[in-house]
Design a protein around this ligand. Structure first.
Ligand code: GRF
Length: 215
């Protein structure tokens, strides 16, 4: 009997910083809890990022592509699209990528770009909500819960349809730093899990809605 096999995901991981989420995806592949995925490219706008260094050490194609290398936004975007095409990328995973994607890139990969955010969106998301600022805002608000969100990327910051969320208690003794650690531990489980759902063909995006096939 023939079973439907979803298309293999040739992913590009976009990362600007230390790259711990990239590592968690590589770890999940090695552990066999994520399959039907190849990391075909790591792309960073930061030549000194831990993500690029990790990719090079692990023989993953790694490219530093930054706006300052080009004369215009249009040239930068077309270089990005050409790089993605050259590496046969069919899915993009944003893992701490600090630059807004051009609408042309989003449109070329419609519903095939995901992002992870270190809070329970739609709370504590949007412009200016990145890194420790998110956790500082959660602590300042005295929220009792935070967590991580994986969502499909659209043209607005931290806005597209939500794929998965996981919560964590914020205890009265938590600081932004301790909360960041707790949330990051969740991220490292949640991102491979979300990616796996896409790789197994279990996700359908209908407008602002993500439908997960639970069969
Ligand atoms: C993570 O907290 C992620 O939620 C946010 O950026 C951070 C990236 O961390 N989008 P790392 O570079 O993967 O360690």
């Amino acid at each position: 009997m023939l079973f439907y096999l979803p298309e293999r995901l040739n992913i590009a991981v976009f990362a600007s910083g230390r790259g711990s989420n990239l590592r968690s995806i590589v770890d999940a592949l090695h552990a066999g809890i994520l399959s039907n995925v190849t990391i075909s490219l790591v792309l960073s706008n930061n030549g000194k990022s831990g993500a690029l260094e990790f990719a090079r050490q692990n023989n993953i194609p790694a490219i530093h592509l930054s706006r300052v290398q080009f004369h215009s936004d249009a040239e930068f975007t077309s270089a990005m699209l050409e790089t993605l095409r050259r590496h046969s990328i069919n899915f993009i995973v944003l893992a701490g990528y600090m630059k807004k994607l051009d609408p042309l890139v989003i449109d070329s990969f419609r519903n095939r770009i995901i992002n992870i955010h270190p809070a329970l969106l739609p709370a504590f998301g949007g412009t200016g909500m990145f890194g420790m600022k998110v956790h500082e805002a959660v602590i300042a608000s005295r929220a009792t819960k935070s967590g991580a969100t994986v969502h499909v990327v659209d043209e607005d910051y931290d806005h597209g349809p939500i794929v998965l969320q996981e919560q964590v208690e914020v205890s009265p003794s938590d600081t932004a730093e301790t909360l960041a650690e707790k949330v990051l531990a969740i991220e490292h489980r949640l991102y491979p899990k979300a990616l796996s759902l896409f790789a197994m063909g279990k996700i359908r995006v209908k407008g602002q809605q993500v439908v997960i096939d639970t069969k």
